[in-house]
Write a protein that binds this ligand. Structure first.
Ligand code: GLU
Length: 462
């Protein structure tokens, strides 16, 4: 029997989620049969509750709801800041086992020591200054009021091996790993520790995370081994890079999920882009979350960096708008557009949006053009209107009065009577009717504008 896969997303609420961590969340959501959300908010200075609220909203907006986490039942247990008692219990266990020691080195001491190591050409790691303090030396420092951190004693001369889900066999020599801090001086847990302990306690079976965490993994495996807890399987996914090849950041094009939402991207567009950043799909068309889930495979994760191309995002956006159902599109429109569109024109307007718009602001322009009396003219439309003789519009007006419900007959009559055809006929018509030269097919415009508006707009230039 294959194991039930439980994955998780474990963000630190120190900012809005952006393309990079949303992709990590998505891969875990797609791979896991149960998907857990845990808030890693132990850094009291940088974590903010509004970021937790925002990230939950963003995940829900992306339709990446979690099966287990802050909204389900016992919320507290999914916030690391509220689990101190749990961590304290495991610190005591490690203390009793002699696997940890208090460290009184100040940040300045550590900086100096690292400098020295660098000068000596050694890789910087904890020099072991406090590793062998005697009980009375420890007591003397505590009596001075010094607040120690707690360090994990890394066993010497061992090789830590694990089979990374993405990168295959990994080996780390423990002699290259310095004793590391698992509890800060203020008593709160360090990342290595609570992250590993919680994955084990929450029975997470698989962890997909950024490759920047790869070197943390041997440390976390050592902690779990010392505690007798079962580690998850780890998989380290490749970084996302910008078009300049540098890791994706604000500077080279990363955007927060909030920002994308504000700009009018549809969640399905964002998900289709993210799912393909570092994961190969055999199907190239827009997929629902369920379809992306069915096609997701660890074997299709790439080891080389994934390049983010903003044009791809817009491509998926166009696909998502094109395929969105009426209700989704309606909700996606700006409130102002919704109040401008007459109910009986709603379906026809949405059909126009599907083939002509990519963002709500473009749809808003069309709502203004079609349903308001005042609408802007583009420079090109102005030019065409200036070049067109008013007799053309008078002829058009008469032809339209005769065939107000038959667009085709109207055009034929206009063509015959004005002696003008092709672009020279369509451009001035479009310019007068919509103030621009591009847009939906003319019969659809006819349907959306209605005869009265067409008459008014033609007479303006006649
Ligand atoms: N809180 C960590 C982060 O946001 C989680 C890393 C992990 O997924 O293990 O980087």
């Amino acid at each position: 029997m294959t194991q039930h896969r439980k994955t998780r997303f474990a963000p630190s609420p120190t900012g809005y989620i952006h393309l990079g961590n949303a992709r990590t969340a998505l891969f875990n959501r797609l791979f896991g049969q149960t998907f857990l959300l845990r808030i890693e908010d132990t850094d009291q200075e940088r974590s903010r509750p509004e970021y937790t609220t925002a990230l939950m909203e963003d995940l829900r907006w992306l339709k990446m709801d979690w099966d287990e986490g802050p909204a389900s039942g016992q919320a507290d247990q999914y916030f690391q800041s509220r689990r101190q008692a749990v961590y304290d219990r495991y610190y005591r266990q490690l203390e009793a086992q002699g696997r940890v020691y208090p460290c009184f080195c100040s940040p300045d001491d550590l900086v100096r020591s690292r400098k020295l190591q660098r000068l000596e050409g050694k890789p910087p790691r904890y020099a072991g200054t406090c590793a062998h303090l005697k009980p009375d030396e420890i007591q003397a420092r505590l009596d001075q009021g010094l607040e120690p951190t707690l360090r994990f004693r890394v066993p010497a001369g061992r090789t830590i091996e694990f089979d990374d889900l993405v990168r295959g066999k990994q080996r780390f020599d423990t002699d290259t790993i310095g004793d590391f801090i698992i509890r800060r001086a203020d008593g709160t847990p360090a990342f290595f520790f609570c992250n590993a302990v919680d994955d084990a306690l929450m029975e997470v079976t698989h962890v997909l995370r950024g490759e920047d965490h790869l070197t943390n993994t041997p440390r976390q495996l050592l902690i779990l081994e010392a505690l007798g807890l079962r580690p998850p399987r780890y998989g380290h996914i490749s970084l996302i890079v910008g078009e300049d090849g540098a890791p994706l950041s604000k500077r080279n094009g990363s955007r927060s999920i909030r920002e994308l939402r504000r700009q009018g991207y549809l969640p399905l567009a964002v998900i289709n882009l993210l799912a393909r950043l570092g994961h190969r799909y055999t199907v190239e068309s827009l997929q629902t979350l369920e379809q992306l889930q069915a096609g997701f495979s660890i074997d299709h994760l790439s080891r080389s960096p994934a390049r983010f191309d903003p044009h791809q995002l817009d491509y998926w956006q166009q696909q998502a708008v094109h395929q969105a159902d009426d209700e989704t599109l309606w909700q996606w429109l700006n409130a102002d557009s919704r109040s401008t569109i007459p109910p009986e024109k709603r379906a026809a307007f949405l059909a126009l949006v599907r083939s002509n718009c990519v963002f709500p602001d473009q749809a808003a322009e069309w709502a203004t053009i079609l349903f308001r009396d005042e609408f802007p003219l583009t420079g090109q439309a102005r030019e065409i209107l200036a070049q067109t003789d008013s007799t053309f519009f008078r002829t058009a007006l008469e032809a339209f009065q005769a065939h107000r419900n038959q667009w085709k007959s109207f055009l034929q009559t206009l063509q015959a009577q004005s002696g003008v055809k092709g672009k020279r006929l369509f451009k001035p018509l479009r310019a007068a009717l919509t103030g621009r030269l591009d847009g939906p097919e003319l019969p659809r415009l006819h349907e959306l504008l209605g005869a009265e508006k067409i008459l008014t707009r033609l007479s303006k230039w006649a």
